[in-house]
Write a protein that binds this ligand. Structure first.
Ligand code: SF4
Ligand code: SF4
Length: 154
């Protein structure tokens, strides 16, 4: 009796094609068409930080606690307010948590793009409002975890 021939490469390719077709037909897509489509973010998402300058009491605790040394205090008149160097910031949230008067808060914007390093340095004036994302999404989808299918977007 002749030994049955085995073609592991061909079998592997056929298996891959079969898996691809299965996912195509079942539409089990795990990616989204970013940046036209983005995910709805949870309320606790740590995006770029916003400063409420009217609340800030100029204490500088945020700058002292920052583990990345990303916060610099900018003097103005007889006060000083924080600015953030986003080339350093690791979005740990320590500054937001430690602020005694809740003057710092996270926005839900993180998808920004800048040409130069200097543009990543936000002085207090630039922290006053959330930055614009580099491209406004046309649609936002919600991520749902499905026991059978894994992640789903709705
Ligand atoms: S989020 Fe963390 S790393 Fe970024 S500025 Fe605040 S304390 Fe520093
Ligand atoms: S910790 Fe809060 S109040 Fe103090 S300087 Fe920073 S933002 Fe202002």
């Amino acid at each position: 009796m002749g030994k049955k021939k085995s073609y592991p490469d061909v079998e592997g390719h056929l298996k891959a094609v079969k898996t691809g077709l299965k996912y195509l037909i079942e539409n089990r897509r795990l990616t989204i068409s970013y940046p036209e489509v983005t995910m709805e973010l949870p309320p606790i998402y740590r995006g770029m930080i916003i400063l409420n300058i009217n609340k800030c009491i100029n204490c500088g605790i945020c700058a002292r606690i920052c583990p990345a040394n990303a916060i610099k205090m900018y003097p103005k008149d007889d006060k000083r307010n924080p600015g953030i160097d986003y080339a350093r910031c690791i979005f740990c949230g320590f500054c937001v948590d430690v602020c005694p008067v809740d003057a710092l808060a996270f926005s839900d914007v993180h998808d920004t793009a800048y040409y130069t390093y200097e543009e990543l340095k936000f002085d207090p004036d630039r922290l006053l409002k959330s930055p614009e994302p580099f491209k406004k999404p046309l649609k936002k989808v919600k991520v749902i975890f499905d026991e059978k299918r894994g992640l789903k977007y709705e």
